[in-house]
Structure formats: structure tokens, C-alpha cells
Design a protein around this ligand. Structure first.
Ligand SMILES: *[C@@H]1O[C@H](CO)[C@@H](O)[C@H](O)[C@H]1NC(C)=O
Ligand SMILES: *[C@@H]1O[C@H](CO)[C@@H](O)[C@H](O)[C@H]1NC(C)=O
Ligand SMILES: *[C@@H]1O[C@H](CO)[C@@H](O)[C@H](O)[C@H]1NC(C)=O
Ligand SMILES: *[C@@H]1O[C@H](CO)[C@@H](O)[C@H](O)[C@H]1NC(C)=O
Length: 536
């Protein structure tokens, strides 16, 4: 009797230890369809008929099996902003890692949400598809046994904010192909809706979570709620110190969660979203609707902040709650990024220039050109001439901008200080696939080694996407422990499309599935890898 119970216990322990994580299956059909978020009919990208696409609800360690059927007449890929895809850049869904899904074909992504929680989003990564939709929210909940540092909210809303053009995405793309900058956006959408189109219903006295992501193309945004404060609780998968804000800046590609309590008189209130750091401020509103309210929104929505220093001070106030739960980089919860020796410093400066009469953007003077074969496949099959390994320096050069397809190499296990240096007058937003970067410092002016003395080495928030203010710098620490080929890109879509990106190859000479998962059996082959065997 005792023995069999013990055996059962051991069996359960064993099963728990090696048991497979749960699976969730998604079947998505991608089509063009008519949408009119700003009153004009335009061609949108729909997922299962929806704009924006469906939210992905998931839990730490889930396996997401997402079968994407491309019914567009164009090649298509989806990427997962902030989902780390441990050891598996094969699933990243950007041009450098995956062949486009051809028209009429499908591809099944296998995402393993290893040790992650938080709020993220997905988006279409090719061409200017993002200007037509195809994006949606991703939420990764903590497992039931893991305490969350705030009570369960009465409701949990996805709030996708982003600037928007009424112009067809192919026209916008053609304009960039001619080397002409995008015009200012026509408006801002909240969950795919124009002014007061989106409404969030709350009961008086209850508390709600909003998961806010900037899914736009060109604009940093500010969000605020008439008559209500927001308590920041999570940034891109980290539980933060719960500070209170009356407005929050969300830069391109960033995500965060706030709690709001419906503690005001019963009526409707504006949720206002405006562009930041632009001469002409665009504002839109959604409605916070108290369930028994009969009084619609009225008057003017609350004004947003104006200056850059306000945003900088706010950004510096974000801190990790070190005593709160949450999957942290290994070993769980005991990660002291501030006491690890930096093994390499990489300084990256963005720039712009006119090349042959066309606008181009660059990182350390190199403007990225999409190759004919995904870099990941070229690397795997050892196809020469697709990319230039080491074709980008670790520091800004004064060289004239030139075009290339650079890949930066790094050893697996390097611990890197990355400094983003912005000498231009535009705010920048940088994203690194596959990783979280500890945002240890940012300031106006030029970065100098002396600035290291004031880095936050204790409770900086790790992020997948960081902003760099105009004529400013941002420094991050990142442990390059995720083997693969990873896109480091501007989240300003015009800049990315016209060259402000490259790939980071995190390499381990030992070919082992402990370091990197093998090429999936369903991998699509194209370019110079077409016709190769997937069973190398
Ligand atoms: C395409 O979808 C079918 C099922 O509809 C599936 O069996 C197949 O594996 C998918 N193809 C790829 C490349 O993922
Ligand atoms: C930090 O997390 C702890 C543990 O969950 C929680 O009790 C505390 O209120 C949090 N502190 C702040 C300032 O968010
Ligand atoms: C960075 O260094 C510059 C020049 O030494 C200094 O003026 C500035 O205050 C420093 N900023 C921070 C945040 O340490
Ligand atoms: C890597 O190892 C696997 C399994 O041992 C083997 O099948 C494959 O050929 C190796 N790949 C390369 C590129 O060496």
C-alpha cells in the first residue's frame, strides 16, 4: 500500500519533470478583405475574417501550433514580437529566418513559450503588410500555482494602439521603393477602430487590466484615461514596481499592462491616444463605458504631455519588482545581471542618407538589403555569398552609408553591453528578436564610458523593444544565450524597410539540440536553398 503510493508519487514527479508542456492549436486563414477604420474603404489583411486578428490566449510553457494558410496573392509571414522562441529562430517568421509562405500555401509555426509570461503581439513581417492589419495580441498567463503580484482583475482587455494610413499598403510600399519617405499618418486606431469606435465596459468599483501594445508604423504614442489613474504592473513579461501614472508613453513595438479601477461617477470617459514628438499631434479616443452609464463622452479628451524630458523621466521610473514572481532568465529568480562581467560592448548608431536619389537608413553606416535566401537557411546549408558575416562593426563609423547584407557574429554565452546612439532628431525604437534586454541607462546627448557609473545594475526592466530619444542614447545589457539568427531592427517601419536592421548570429560550434533545435521538418525552402533536402 505504502509502496504503491510512493511509486505513484515518484511517477507523478517524474511525469511532471519530463512531461510535455500543453499544446494549443490554431488554424488561421489569411485573406484580403474590405475594412474602413477611418471611414474610407481600404484593403485590409484579415485573419479568419477578423481585423485586428484574434488574440492568442496562452500560459507559460505552452506549445502553440499555429497553422497559417496564406490566401493572399502575395508571399506572407507572421512574426511574434517579444515571444522568445528559445533555441528556435526557425519559427521567427522574418525574412532572414523563414521563406515566405507562398500564395495558396500554408506553414505551421511551433512556438514554445518557455518560461515566459506577459503581453506581446504578432504582426505580418513582409513588405508593408503591417500597414494593412494582420496583427493581434498575445497574452501569456502565469501557471495557476504561480502567484501574481496583484489580485485577479475583473476583466482583462487587449488594447492595440497604432498610427494608421488610409493609403493602400502597396502604394505606401511603392513610395518607399522609390526612396520617398512616408507621409504623416492619417490617424490612430485603437483595436482597429477610429474615433470612439472601441469601447471597454467596466463595472463601477472594479479593477481591470489593460494590455497595451503599439502596433503602429511610425509614431510613438501616449495613452491616458480621463479621470482615472493607471497602475503599471507589467512590461513585456516582467512584473514591475506598481507605480501610478496619469499618462504613459508606448513606443513602436512596445507592450505594457496597467490596472485601472473604475472608481469614478457612473458615466463614460475618454481613453485618449496621441502621437508624441511630432510637430502635428494626432489624437484619437476610445470609450471607457461604465456598465450602467447613460451619459456618453463629451467635451475634449485630456491633453497629453509635450516634452521629451517628461518621457525620459517616466522611462527611468520603470523598475522590476524583484520580489514578485515571474519567469526570469536562468537560474529562476536569482539572476543578478548587474554582477556579470560584460564581455563585449556593441555601439549602434542609426543614420539616414540619400543613395542614388533614394532615401536609405543604416546602422553603423550599413543599410540592410534583403537577401534572396533566408540567412538562416544560407547558414545551415553553408551557401556562400548570401550574407556578409562581420559586415557590420561594433561601433559607429564615419563612413558613408553603403548597402550590404551584414550578419554580426557572437559567441553563445557572451554578455553584451549594447549602446544605441541616436544622433538624429527622431525618436528611435529598437527591437531584438529572441531576447530581453535589461535597460540599464538612457540620457540626452552623447554616450560616454563615464555614463556606466550611473547604470541601474539592480532592478532595470528587461525589454524586447527599447526607445532612444532624439539626440540621445540608451544602454542595455543582454545575455546572448539563445542560439540562432536574430533580427535586430528599427520598429519604425519605414526605417526598417529601407535598411535600418541587421541580423545577429548567436553561434555555438557544438551541433547539439541542447543549444539549438534542428530545422523543422516542415521548413519551406526557397532562393538558393530551393530543392535542398530538409533531412541534411
Ligand atoms: C499545411 O496544413 C496541413 C493541414 O491542413 C498540415 O498537415 C501541413 O503540415 C501544413 N503544412 C506545413 C508546411 O506546415
Ligand atoms: C512587489 O511584489 C510583491 C510580491 O508579490 C507585492 O506584495 C508588492 O506589493 C509588489 N510591490 C510593488 C511596489 O509593486
Ligand atoms: C552621461 O555622461 C555625460 C558626459 O559625461 C553627462 O553629462 C551625463 O550627465 C551622463 N548621464 C548619465 C545618465 O549618467
Ligand atoms: C547536426 O547533428 C544532427 C544530429 O546528430 C545531424 O543529423 C546533422 O547532420 C548535423 N548538422 C550539421 C549541420 O552538422
Amino acid at each position: 500500500m505504502f509502496v504503491s503510493k510512493l511509486a505513484l508519487c515518484l511517477f507523478l514527479l517524474f511525469k511532471f519533470a519530463i512531461g510535455e508542456d500543453p499544446y494549443r492549436f490554431f488554424d488561421w486563414t489569411i485573406t484580403y478583405g474590405k475594412i474602413n477604420p477611418l471611414g474610407a474603404n481600404q484593403q485590409g489583411i484579415l485573419i479568419n475574417g477578423q481585423f485586428p486578428g484574434p488574440d492568442i490566449y496562452s500560459q507559460t510553457n505552452d506549445n502553440l501550433i499555429i497553422n497559417v494558410h496564406n490566401n493572399l496573392p502575395d508571399p506572407f509571414l507572421i512574426s511574434w514580437n517579444g515571444v522568445q522562441q528559445r533555441k528556435d529562430s526557425w519559427q521567427d517568421g522574418v525574412h532572414g529566418t523563414n521563406c515566405p509562405i507562398p500564395p495558396g500555401k500554408n506553414f505551421t509555426y511551433h512556438l514554445h513559450l518557455k518560461d515566459q509570461i506577459g503581453s506581446f503581439f504578432y504582426f505580418p513581417s513582409l513588405a508593408l503588410h503591417k500597414a494593412a492589419g494582420g496583427f493581434g495580441g498575445i497574452r501569456i498567463l502565469s501557471r495557476p500555482m504561480i502567484p501574481v503580484p496583484f489580485p485577479d482583475p475583473a476583466g482583462d482587455f487587449t488594447v492595440l494602439i497604432g498610427d494608421w494610413y488610409k493609403t493602400n499598403h502597396k502604394k505606401l510600399q511603392a513610395r518607399l521603393d522609390r526612396g520617398i519617405r512616408l507621409p504623416p499618418p492619417d490617424g490612430i486606431l485603437i483595436n482597429g477602430r477610429g474615433p470612439n469606435g472601441a469601447s471597454f465596459t467596466v463595472d463601477q468599483g472594479k479593477t481591470y487590466r489593460l494590455r497595451i501594445s503599439n502596433v503602429g508604423l511610425e509614431s510613438s504614442l501616449n495613452i491616458r484615461i480621463e479621470g482615472h489613474y493607471m497602475t503599471l504592473v507589467e512590461i513585456e513579461g516582467t512584473h514591475t514596481m506598481q507605480s501610478i501614472y496619469d499618462s504613459l508613453d508606448v513606443h513602436l513595438g512596445q507592450s505594457l499592462s496597467v490596472l485601472i479601477t473604475a472608481d469614478q461617477a457612473v458615466k463614460d470617459y475618454y481613453i485618449a491616444v496621441s502621437t508624441r514628438f511630432q510637430r502635428q499631434v494626432l489624437t484619437t479616443t476610445a470609450v471607457l463605458h461604465y456598465s450602467s452609464s447613460k451619459q456618453p463622452v463629451s467635451g475634449l479628451p485630456p491633453d497629453g504631455p509635450m516634452n521629451i524630458d517628461y518621457s525620459l523621466i517616466q522611462a527611468r521610473s520603470f523598475m522590476t519588482n524583484l520580489s514578485a514572481s515571474g519567469p526570469r532568465p536562468n537560474p529562476q529568480g536569482s539572476y543578478h545581471y548587474g554582477s556579470i562581467t560584460v564581455t563585449r560592448t556593441i555601439r549602434l548608431a542609426n543614420s539616414a542618407a540619400i543613395v542614388n536619389g533614394k532615401k536609405r537608413y543604416a546602422v553603423n553606416s550599413v543599410s540592410f538589403v534583403d537577401p534572396d535566401t533566408p540567412l538562416k537557411l544560407a547558414d545551415y546549408y553553408k551557401i556562400n555569398g548570401v550574407f556578409n558575416l562581420g559586415g557590420i562593426t561594433d561601433y559607429p563609423t564615419d563612413a558613408a552609408l553603403h548597402m550590404d547584407t551584414p550578419v554580426m557574429d557572437s559567441d553563445h554565452h557572451a554578455f553584451v553591453e549594447l549602446v544605441f546612439e541616436n544622433r538624429e532628431y527622431w525618436v528611435q525604437s529598437w527591437h531584438l528578436d529572441g531576447y530581453s534586454m535589461f535597460v540599464v541607462g538612457m540620457d540626452r546627448g552623447d554616450w560616454s564610458t563615464g555614463n556606466r557609473t550611473r547604470y541601474n545594475l539592480l532592478d532595470a526592466v528587461p525589454r524586447c523593444t527599447v526607445q532612444v530619444y532624439p539626440q540621445s542614447w540608451t544602454a542595455v545589457y543582454v545575455a546572448l544565450d539563445n542560439v540562432g539568427m536574430w533580427n535586430l531592427r528599427s520598429e519604425t517601419w519605414e526605417r526598417r524597410y529601407l535598411g535600418q536592421q541587421f541580423y545577429l548570429r548567436v553561434y555555438n560550434p557544438v551541433n547539439s539540440t541542447r543549444n539549438e533545435l534542428p530545422m523543422p521538418g516542415n521548413a519551406l525552402l526557397c532562393g538558393r536553398a530551393a530543392g535542398k533536402s530538409t533531412l541534411i
